[in-house]
Ligand binder design. Structure first.
Ligand SMILES: [Zn+2]
Length: 469
């Protein structure tokens, strides 16, 4: 492959210094794209530059010209080539952080598809309050399951604590100002806008029952994940872990794909609910930290016992139709209600499961101790504020820590670079490396390459980089 030309490099440098007007910028991009030779590769930085200029360029350039520039720049492969220059040694500590995107190849629906699935299931139950809620959400374009579950949790909590309900009303609706007469009159015609006086009429039991049903539906939804099987990304991680002991895997996924891939090779797991409870010290086991729970974990509402069931066994029994998946069960300890331990993505939710505090602590330690964080299909969503804070702190205290972000969303890395630069003084944004590609395709190559095992190294430096530790 041809190298990036000196001309391209100095042009990018000009954009970095941002010394020119937007018109001049468009002009420079236009001439560069027209004149560059067919086989000269494009630096990924062009995507960000073009995103900034695109809207204006559309109004300035003839349609056909705009289209040809846009198409050329859309073909850029957004992979920072430093990724293939990384070499680790046996002491380099690697922490994987897996998000929903790491399980998409196993056929697990993306978060944005979950709510419509949930409504489909709700219809089967035939409950009027659910139908009403579904209709209300649809009419308002509410499509995010995280928003729905968060609102249900908060409402249930607030409804049971009257003072909090009125305070919420104060903060959100009135802000403490007096309601004018006109507004009061208006209210008569707008009965949907609730005032504090209505607090006393809140039907606590129906809110609680609705939240309970939503939680059960959510468990029902995730139970479909039990049939999912490991994908190439999971397998690539297993191959890597076998050779490289200094590895931790953190996942926010409930499914058992990563666990199964590891267990099938006979490896033990540590960092799960069972290993925490039993204080097992299995030094050969792989640390797999499931921050949001797991389909094979259960939690008792009454005695707060957290339990892990054998994933492979559970799966086998389910596949052979010898048991149905226990969305709700009876606790053997106390006879209370046992449900799957699944944490809906809420930033405060883990406080409800004391056992998860240990798990979250281990996750924090693994993130802070890593030389490289390999982040696969994780979207850094707002609901996971805790993880973002931990990573941000970790990048601050461990100055040479780097992140490799494998994600098909091309905007993720630019946003992260901006966010980290804004929060951390003098942050070098090249510590965040971008790999914008399907994880099943690229992760096996990257992991082989950093172990120095890639079959053909495309132009990697001849002197392997020393490990950062
Ligand atoms: Zn119990």
């Amino acid at each position: 492959m041809k190298e990036i030309s000196e001309g391209q490099r100095s042009l990018l440098e000009q954009f970095r210094r941002q010394g020119h007007s937007i018109d001049r910028g468009i002009n420079l991009i236009y001439h560069f794209v027209r004149q560059k030779s067919e086989d000269e590769p494009l630096d990924p930085a062009w995507t960000t530059i073009w995103d900034k200029h695109k809207k204006y360029a559309r109004t300035r350039l003839p349609r056909s010209l705009f289209k040809s520039i846009d198409e050329t720049l859309a073909r850029i492969e957004l992979i920072d080539k430093e990724v293939f220059g990384i070499r680790i040694n046996e002491n380099t500590r690697i922490t994987f952080l897996l998000g929903a995107g790491a399980s998409t190849p196993s056929g697990i629906p993306a978060v944005d598809k979950l709510l419509s699935e949930l409504w489909k299931r709700a219809r089967k139950i035939g409950r009027e309050d659910l139908d009403r809620l579904a209709k209300w959400c649809n009419e308002r374009g509410i499509t995010n399951i995280e928003d729905l579950l968060t609102a249900a949790y908060i409402s249930n909590f607030a409804a049971k604590n009257r003072n909090i309900t009125s305070l919420l009303d104060y903060f959100i609706f009135s802000g403490g100002r007096e309601v004018s007469e006109e507004e009061e009159e208006e209210e008569e015609y707008l009965p949907s806008r609730h005032r504090p006086s209505i607090t006393s009429e809140i039907d606590v039991s129906s809110i609680s029952s609705l939240q309970d049903t939503l939680q059960t539906l959510f468990a029902l939804l995730t139970s479909t994940m039990i049939s999912a099987v490991p994908n190439h990304a999971n397998e690539a991680i297993v191959d890597f872990v076998k050779e490289h002991k200094e590895t931790t895997i953190i996942t926010t996924n409930y499914d058992g794909c990563m666990d199964e891939a590891l267990l099938r090779t006979g490896m033990g797991l540590k960092g799960t609910i069972a290993s925490h409870n039993e204080h097992r010290d299995n030094s050969d086991a792989v640390e797999l930290i499931k921050m949001h729970g797991s389909i094979n974990w259960a939690y008792c509402d009454s005695c707060h016992d957290a339990r892990e069931f054998d994933l492979l066994e559970l799966k086998k029994l389910y596949e052979e139709d010898k048991i149905s998946y226990p969305v709700m069960g009876i606790c053997k300890n106390c006879g209370g209600l046992r449900r799957p331990l699944l944490v809906p993505p809420l930033s405060f939710k883990f406080l409800m499961f004391p056992d998860l505090v240990n798990i979250w602590n281990s996750a924090r330690q693994s993130i802070e101790g890593a030389d490289y964080l390999v982040v696969v299909g994780y979207s850094f969503s707002e609901a996971d504020a805790y993880i973002m804070k931990v990573i941000s702190r970790s990048m601050f205290i461990t100055k040479n820590q780097k992140m490799i972000i494998i994600n098909t969303n091309k905007n993720l890395v630019p946003v992260l670079r901006e966010r980290f630069s804004a929060h951390l003084d003098g942050f070098d944004d090249r510590r965040i490396l971008q790999v914008c590609k399907n994880c099943e395709e690229i992760l096996p190559n990257i992991l082989k390459s950093i172990r120095g095992k890639a079959r053909k190294n495309k132009k990697t430096k001849s002197t392997p980089k020393k490990s950062t530790r």
